[in-house]
Ligand binder design. Structure first.
Ligand SMILES: Cc1ncc(COP(=O)(O)O)c(C=O)c1O
Length: 413
């Protein structure tokens, strides 16, 4: 049996798909110290791949709020919510999230992954149908697998395909359309307004995963439903506290009251997994205070993102058509993505290569992510380094076919 798994590991390595981790020994920020698994330390690396969109992960006010809550509400809950795991601040956070997202009610989970795992099975049975975008996050895919409803995949952001499929299944007892609000690998915003319109036409529940949007997308950072002017038309929003809202952990589903009430009664990760720790709740509440008062950080994030996208485009890189701070630099070949990432690291820039199974075969990339806490100097330096490494591999100004000719697709698994 051991040899079977060793063989699999060899195969992953031979296909250039083996992922290794660096160890950060500072707090999460736009500038970090890290060491590799041989113990080699590198200091003051510019971090351009965290989900730390608003720079809250090490914000002094958030840390203070978390510490204060540790003092007043303790370390852990040692219980799920319905036994003795609900503090006043859990309720407060649910109410504050509903207020922020413009919804009727909210239910907390230990993570957005758990939220997505727990939602479908609780609401739908084998007479129902789920219409899921083909680029949806892994947690949505896994969540739908746990549910007996018929699963129908529609082509990414393709409303004609979604409509054809809704038409084919229009007899289903309950229909639910689910999409990422921002597709996490490409940074492209979903056509949430058109999804809502199809939802209305076919009487389907609309669910949007705004994990890469809550806090910074839309005029006041409410998310993709604000951006697309359909705040009151999305029935369910799932989102995370593990990115813009502090970056620690936790997530929620927010939406129509009757749906949230059913989740509280039936959703398995809610019923059978521990409550979010009080200090994390305290931290998220502080983030909500801060972003509720001003859009300063969101505005800075937008300016930083525009600077970064323009700089990379002018340098001759191929980017996706991202409309968010997720800015993927397309390299196509998995080994090239790994080598590129290593060279960036050696020059003081931390950005990870993404390849199969995280993205489809032949679509390897460096996914960069911009933060409000990046300084102009950090972004300029990172741009210089990207350009230097891009030149080394001869890919600047080249189109997809030319890059693939130089670096044939090697993701064999
Ligand atoms: C779209 C999307 N949904 C859900 C999740 C899971 O979030 P969490 O880290 O809170 O489990 C992620 C995280 O990668 C995500 O990108």
């Amino acid at each position: 049996m051991k040899n079977y798994y060793l063989g699999q590991i060899d195969q992953i390595r031979e296909s250039d798909l083996f992922k290794s981790e660096k160890y950060i020994y500072t707090s999460q920020s736009s500038c970090i110290n890290a060491r590799d698994n041989s113990g080699n330390k590198t200091e003051n690396i510019i971090n351009i791949c965290a989900n730390n969109y608003l720079g809250m992960s090490d914000h002094p006010e958030v840390i203070k709020a978390a510490k204060d809550t540790l003092d007043t509400r303790g370390y852990g809950m040692s219980s799920v919510r319905f036994i003795c795991g609900t503090q006043d601040i859990h309720k407060e956070l649910e109410e504050r999230m509903s207020g922020f997202l413009g919804t009727e009610d909210t239910i907390l989970y230990s993570s957005a992954f758990d939220a997505n795992l727990g939602v479908f099975e609780a609401l739908l049975d084998d007479e129902c149908a789920i219409f899921s975008d083909s680029l949806n996050h892994a947690s949505i895919i896994d969540g739908t697998r746990l549910c007996k409803a018929k699963k129908i995949r529609y082509a990414n952001n393709d409303m004609d395909d979604l409509q054809v499929k809704l038409e084919e299944e229009k007899g289903a007892k309950i229909k639910l359309i689910v999409s990422d609000g921002v597709f996490s690998m490409d940074g492209i915003v979903a056509k949430v307004d058109q999804i809502c319109e199809l939802g209305r036409m076919y009487k389907a529940i609309v669910m949007i995963d705004d994990s890469h949007a809550t806090g910074f997308i839309g005029k006041t950072g409410r998310g993709t439903h604000e951006l697309k002017n359909c705040m009151d038309r999305v029935d369910l929003i799932s989102t995370t506290f593990g990115k813009a809202l502090g970056g620690a952990s936790g997530g929620c589903i927010s939406g129509r009251k009757e749906l949230i009430t059913i989740l509280r009664q039936r959703s398995r990760p809610y019923l059978f997994s521990n409550s979010i720790s009080p200090s994390v709740v305290g931290g998220v509440l502080k983030v909500l205070d801060m972003i509720g008062k001003s859009t300063e950080l969101k505005d800075k994030l937008e300016r930083n993102t525009n600077f970064w996208k323009k700089g990379l485009t002018d340098a001759g890189f191929i980017l996706t058509k991202s409309d968010s701070p997720i800015v993927p630099v397309m390299l196509f070949n998995a080994k090239l993505a790994q080598d590129f990432s290593k060279d960036l690291y050696d020059c003081g820039v931390f950005a990870i290569g993404f390849f199969y199974p995280v993205v489809p075969k032949g679509k390897a990339r460096i996914r960069t992510q911009i933060s409000a806490c990046h300084t102009a100097e950090q972004l300029e330096k990172a741009l210089e380094v990207f350009t230097k490494v891009g030149k080394k591999y001869g890919i600047l100004g080249k189109n997809r076919e030319e890059i693939i000719e130089m670096y044939p697709i090697s993701d064999k698994l």
